[in-house]
Design a protein around this ligand. Structure first.
Ligand SMILES: [Fe+2]
Ligand SMILES: [Fe+2]
Length: 213
């Protein structure tokens, strides 16, 4: 069975999605948490193959997340806050992340600039995510409150379509990124399923406040 077929079979109906999907803003926060907690597994002494798995996990997750925001979440926020400065910076910031992702994909973990490039990417991500969490998500929660469930359901449906071709690579990288591969295969599958459903990792403490500046 191909990953596309598998995801299609796993994807619930629209009515069911509306009941099981996180709201749009919960999904976005969960994605940020997933990326940042994966990033925190990267250390100077981490083995080269595990560094590469961590980087690839982050890059794949960021690509799906950015596309979901651009296709569904940002247009909804634009309807209620068309002149918002943070919103107008968001797509150019995604483009800068994509540039760094492409650069990382052309490198090997042993390359001198590999770690610095990944740190540059994560610095961009943290500033960007902090802006979204302190400006855009509160706007959405205030002015789109009655639509967040419906927007979240559309994002869940779309994320499963976008992630389908990437599932084998995501599962492989998620398991490789874990410290004890053999023991953590099941945990890797659970983490990937959580990502596909937009539920990410466990909540991290006070992230938006710490990175607000
Ligand atoms: Fe974003
Ligand atoms: Fe985001």
């Amino acid at each position: 069975m191909t990953s596309n077929t598998m995801i299609r079979r796993m994807t619930p109906s629209n009515a069911t999605l509306g009941k099981v999907s996180p709201s749009a803003t919960t999904m976005i926060r969960a994605d940020h948490t997933h990326v940042i907690s994966t990033f925190h597994q990267f250390h100077a002494e981490t083995s080269a193959w595990r560094k590469q798995a961590i980087v690839q996990t982050v890059c794949l997750a960021l690509e799906v997340h950015a596309q979901l925001e651009e296709e569904i979440f940002y247009p909804a926020v634009r309807e209620v806050a068309p002149d918002n400065e943070v919103l107008s910076q968001s797509v150019p910031e995604h483009d800068e992340m994509r540039r760094l992702i492409e650069k990382l994909r052309e490198m090997r973990p042993e390359d001198a600039d590999y770690e610095r490039t990944f740190m540059d990417l994560m610095r961009e991500v943290m500033h960007h995510a902090a802006d979204e969490e302190t400006v855009l998500l509160p706007i959405a929660e205030h002015r789109l409150a009655d639509r967040l469930g419906e927007i979240g359901a559309r994002m869940t449906k779309r994320r499963m379509e976008l992630a389908a071709p990437k599932v084998p690579a995501m599962l492989w990288n998620t398991v490789q990124a874990m410290p004890m591969r053999g023991v953590w295969i099941a945990a890797g599958a659970v983490a990937l399923l959580a990502f596909l459903m937009g539920r990410g990792a466990a909540a991290r403490p006070d992230y938006a406040t710490r990175h607000a500046n």
